[in-house]
Write a protein that binds this ligand. Structure first.
Ligand SMILES: [Mn+2]
Length: 426
């Protein structure tokens, strides 16, 4: 389904005047302190975040799954859902496929559908954390790190197949996340597991197309609870360096131990030109996969502050692959994704508003109080009218969640797809 632009214009119209007043107030305030508002709006419009194909159905908790009616039952329907989010937010211009959950039957048709919805195919994700029907080998005790060469070869071949699939769709990067590790001391030899992983990654890397990147994701624990082979950014960076220039580290916000200074990790990787991708979510305890910005919005702002600084100063670092990596069991997944996109944009714009020149001077003057004031000045600005202005200029919704509800999108999807569809994925 597609949202009727006339209906959307009507929904926007009701709050148009209120928005214009709020926008001119903020824009004037910012202009008075020297902010180039049109430039900020341009940055917002060009900032596009990929939606993963597994986020469009009701997500699983570790214990069960409560389906939501009207879930997309096919890849085509998943792309349609991303199209709806993009239409409302104008910021979800890409989809990230998970293989083998979303292998296209007809590549040309899928490409055409995505193009019509103004969507690109971003990083493709391999899956060696669960066994596939009819697979010869099992990943129960690891994939790229496995002690069995047969298992490693099967996992390597899967990654190569994923590259082929991505290549046909126009993707430019492969994301590798390994569940490999051990649950009990003594179960695995750390050195063997790491060496096997490095050798396997190098074999995949050798066949990476020249214009592709390989993004290596890390995670400290879960599903293995004693050790994870690629447990932290240092291990990921070491493996990326061992593979070569086209291999990078991917940071997933939920893949850190509590209280880790993620913004500092981001900054270190950017300095070395090795930050390749970013997965957004939020958490309270572990890899909770909560809506972006729902628990720690200030931490997200501090991370964006480093990202913006890096994008401006570390020209050796490539453009990043941005993706939301969240799962949701109690919300309508489309509403959840819209909330995440807004939180990402808010943090991004606030980071753009940081007076970098003044901050540098305050740092040189060792004026700790002023340094903090400068960050807070940006963080405390209500940037929501800027987000709304960027969206409306691109044909989106002034208030996306509001529009989604007023246009009865979920009910329309239920009418089309029925109540009992289940999306592929976790
Ligand atoms: Mn992730």
């Amino acid at each position: 389904m597609k949202i009727n632009q006339n209906q959307l214009a009507k929904v926007n119209g009701v709050i148009e005047k209120q928005h214009q007043q709020a926008y001119s107030f903020v824009a004037r305030q910012l202009q008075d302190v020297g902010v180039d508002v049109p430039h900020v709006l341009d940055c917002l419009r060009s900032f596009q975040v990929a939606i993963p194909s597994w986020a469009l159905g009701a997500g699983g908790t570790r214990f069960g799954r409560f389906s939501i009616a009207g879930e997309p039952a096919s890849l085509e329907q998943k792309i349609d859902d991303v199209g709806l989010i993009h239409q409302l937010t104008q910021t979800a211009g890409a989809i990230s496929l998970h293989i083998p959950w979303d292998i296209p039957d007809d590549y040309e048709a899928i490409k055409q559908q995505a193009a019509e919805l103004h969507l690109k195919f971003d990083a493709v994700n391999s899956n060696t954390f669960q066994d596939q029907p009819n697979a010869k080998e099992s990943y129960k005790f690891g994939s790229l790190s496995n002690v069995s060469e047969h298992v490693r070869q099967q996992a390597i071949q899967h990654n190569l197949d994923v590259i082929q699939i991505g290549n046909k769709l126009g993707s430019k990067s492969l994301t590798v996340w390994l569940a490999d590790g051990s649950c009990f001391p003594g179960q695995a030899n750390f050195q063997t597991a790491l060496q096997n992983t490095e050798d396997s990654l190098k074999q995949i890397y050798k066949q990476l197309p020249a214009d592709w990147g390989m993004l290596i994701e890390y995670k400290p624990y879960e599903p293995n609870f004693y050790s994870t082979v690629i447990q932290d950014w240092g291990t990921s960076l070491m493996l990326a360096n061992a593979c070569g220039d086209q291999a990078y580290t991917l940071v997933d916000l939920g893949h850190h131990l509590p209280n880790t200074n993620i913004e500092q990790i981001v900054s270190t990787l950017l300095l070395k030109g090795k930050l390749g991708g970013f997965h957004f979510n939020d958490s309270k305890y572990g890899d909770d996969d909560l809506t972006v910005g729902s628990v720690k919005p200030y931490a997200l702002f501090l991370i964006f502050n480093e990202l913006v600084y890096g994008m401006q100063n570390n020209k050796n670092n490539p453009d990043l692959a941005w993706m939301i990596d969240a799962s949701h069991n109690v919300k309508d997944p489309l509403e959840d994704l819209i909330q995440s996109l807004e939180a990402i944009q808010e943090a991004y714009v606030k980071a753009l508003l940081v007076d970098q020149k003044a901050l540098k001077k305050a740092q040189i003057d060792q004026d700790v109080v002023l340094c903090q004031e400068i960050l807070h000045q940006a963080y405390r600005t209500d940037v929501r009218p800027l987000l709304a202005q960027a969206r409306i200029e691109s044909g989106g919704a002034l208030r996306p969640i509001d529009a989604y509800r007023k246009l009865n999108v979920r009910n329309e999807l239920i009418k089309l797809r029925g109540k009992n569809t289940v999306a592929t994925g976790l």
